[in-house]
Write a protein that binds this ligand. Structure first.
Ligand code: APR
Length: 180
């Protein structure tokens, strides 16, 4: 059987709010409790409404009694958001002494795998771990981009949705240099 050559998704860098993206699925930079938080997690729950939390609680009760492990990903519907699904993943907290880049990459790889199970064609990522989890943007950007390019997936379009100017500039610059 001839296997299809792995064609990576198109990658776009977007300055904006991930809760406003009209894509099939958006990725949430959650914490292992899956019960909400600040940053993009807070925005998604606030704008998406209580349905998302209800489904997160059900996931905790059914499968993740001890919380979602770092690097893994699960899906809920998206409540009132324009997207159809939210894929919750737990990024690693940055450590200056321990290299956790494989876990940050895993967030992207596993989110793509979950997107494939959903049949999502378009997917939006925030800059996972670069806020409260303090991962330096310039270090996170190439890890995130490489993970997306290296993961065989049926997703056709991946958007990195960067909320502030510094994150946008860093990711866009990294992607620009990557393409050269
Ligand atoms: N749309 C897109 N990106 C956003 C939005 C938004 N509405 N709000 C914040 N961001 C950006 C931040 O500016 C940062 O670049 O998302 C990136 C990730 O930051 P955090 O949301 O703080 O996530 P993270 O660093 O992964 O920390 C996760 O924070 O919110 C809590 O419950 C969450 O405990 C978990 C921790």
């Amino acid at each position: 059987m001839v296997t299809q050559p792995h064609r990576p998704p198109s990658i776009k860098m977007v300055r904006g709010d991930i809760t406003e993206q009209t894509v099939d699925a958006i990725v949430n930079a959650a914490n292992s409790s899956l019960l909400g938080g600040g940053g993009v997690d807070g925005a998604i729950h606030r704008k998406g409404g209580p349905q998302i939390l209800t489904e997160c609680r059900a996931l905790r009760a059914a499968q993740y009694g001890r919380g979602l492990p770092t690097g893994q990903a699960v899906a809920t519907t998206a409540g009132r958001l324009p997207a159809r699904w939210v894929i919750h993943t737990v990024g690693p907290v940055f450590s200056p002494t321990e290299d956790r880049s494989a876990l940050l990459a895993a967030c992207h790889t596993n989110a793509l795998h979950v997107a494939d199970t959903l049949g999502a064609a378009t997917l939006a990522f925030p800059a996972i771990s670069t806020g409260i989890y303090r991962w330096p943007l310039a270090n996170a950007a190439p890890i995130a981009i490489a993970a997306v390019l290296d993961t065989p997936t049926d997703v056709q379009e991946v958007r990195f949705v960067l909320y502030d100017e510094q994150a946008y500039e860093t990711f866009a610059q990294t992607w620009q240099e990557w393409k050269q």
